[in-house]
Design a protein. Structure first.
Length: 368
């Protein structure tokens, strides 16, 4: 014999929360044992707060009872030929009020109750319901028994919603990236470009800033988009969906940064080579730094000066030392920078600059 209590338990579980008013139950079966079994089961479960409002044994009786008694729940004997379950389902599909239909089979091996749940949702809750519906085994069973068109329609709706979100997110990210690039091209972040080396450095700088703008748009854009679009609906206390890993995503976020780092390393090494490339017969300048001044010595000319004077379009080779602490020679317009270390001849550091523009620039100590 089929264990009724199991099916009933299963049904109560699908109810989730308790009703404030007792459930109004209509039992539809022409077999007296079916109704009796169910009734005794319900009497045992006082806490279930259900009230059997009618017992019907034919379709006609049942349909008029649906109107006059207005039940919340109809328990239909699945195996009863006199009670046509298709009529119930038709009724269930076309009706508008809140209603559940449980199809209960007492046959051997029938250990499932099929629950049809009709409810009215506020438009704002439909998204959430769709999500639950696709996550839940219970609702899948329901949709299998409903007509296929309805299921397909809901899946299509969900798919188009997903598509809308994906397209929205992509447009949002592209918008932020485009705005960032537009701003970047108009705002001059760098001082004058006054050396050959500065051209290479600026190229590298632009590549990095482009990558930063795209990453910013991707990370902050998706975050802001999610905050705006997927924000909690009023009264919603449920958790988000549980997501358990994604091999594709993991592969992407491993491989893409790996490639990015390799590309940046390659471009960086290339620029470093270009910046340090020696030219024949550079102008040699020995630079002595100390607290708090620079001294520039021109060995070819026998001149020592607190001012650095360089010709344009000729490479200058600066040989840097320090008399006290570590200083760092830096003219922002030339971009390049080099430490000046104390320790005499062994610690001399070279720096190559090829000025391209006449101007007055400040020599800074980047350690300060
Ligand atoms: Cu210094």
């Amino acid at each position: 014999m089929y264990d009724l209590s199991y099916a009933w338990e299963a049904h109560l579980m699908t109810n989730g929360k308790k009703q404030p008013n007792p459930w109004r139950v209509l039992i539809a079966s022409s077999h007296p044992l079916f109704a009796q079994g169910l009734l005794s089961l319900l009497q045992k479960r006082q806490k279930a707060e259900v009230e059997v409002v009618g017992l019907v044994s034919t379709v006609d009786e049942a349909l008029s009872a649906l109107q006059s008694l207005n039940p919340d729940l109809v328990v239909v004997d699945y195996d009863d030929d006199k009670v046509n379950r298709d009529d119930f389902l038709k009724r269930f599909v076309t009706g508008g009020s809140r209603l559940r239909v449980v199809l209960l089979s007492l046959k051997e091996g029938g250990d499932e109750a099929i629950v049809y749940d009709r409810r009215t949702l506020a438009a704002s809750r439909i998204d959430e319901w769709l999500k639950k519906w696709t996550d839940s085994q219970e609702y899948e069973t329901v949709s299998d028994f409903n007509n296929d068109n309805k299921k397909r329609g809901e899946v299509d709706l969900e798919r188009s919603n997903k598509m809308k979100h994906v397209i929205g997110a992509i447009l949002f990210v592209i918008g932020i990236a485009a705005g960032g690039i537009f701003a970047l091209e108009r705002i001059n972040l760098l001082p004058d470009q006054a050396s050959v080396q500065a051209q290479y450095i600026d190229e590298l700088f632009n590549i990095h800033f482009l990558a930063i703008v795209v990453l910013f748009a991707l990370i902050v854009g998706l975050m802001v988009f999610s905050i705006l679009v997927f924000r909690r609906k009023p009264g919603d206390k449920t958790d988000g969906p549980h997501v358990e890993g994604s091999s594709n995503l993991e592969a992407i976020w491993t491989i893409v940064p790996l490639i990015a780092v390799l590309v940046i390393a390659f471009v960086g090494a290339d620029v470093l080579g270009a910046v340090e490339r020696p030219e024949p017969r550079p102008l040699e300048v020995r630079v002595v730094s100390s607290q708090w001044n620079w001294l520039f010595e021109y060995p070819d000319y026998g001149i020592i000066s607190p001012e650095l004077v360089l010709p344009i379009d000729q490479q200058a080779l600066l040989l840097l030392t320090s008399t006290d602490v570590i200083h760092s020679f830096w003219v922002p317009e030339f971009r390049v920078k080099q430490d000046a270390l104390p320790g005499g001849e062994d610690m001399v550091r070279p720096l190559r600059i090829t000025p391209t523009q006449i101007g007055n620039y400040k020599v800074l100590c980047a350690e300060l």
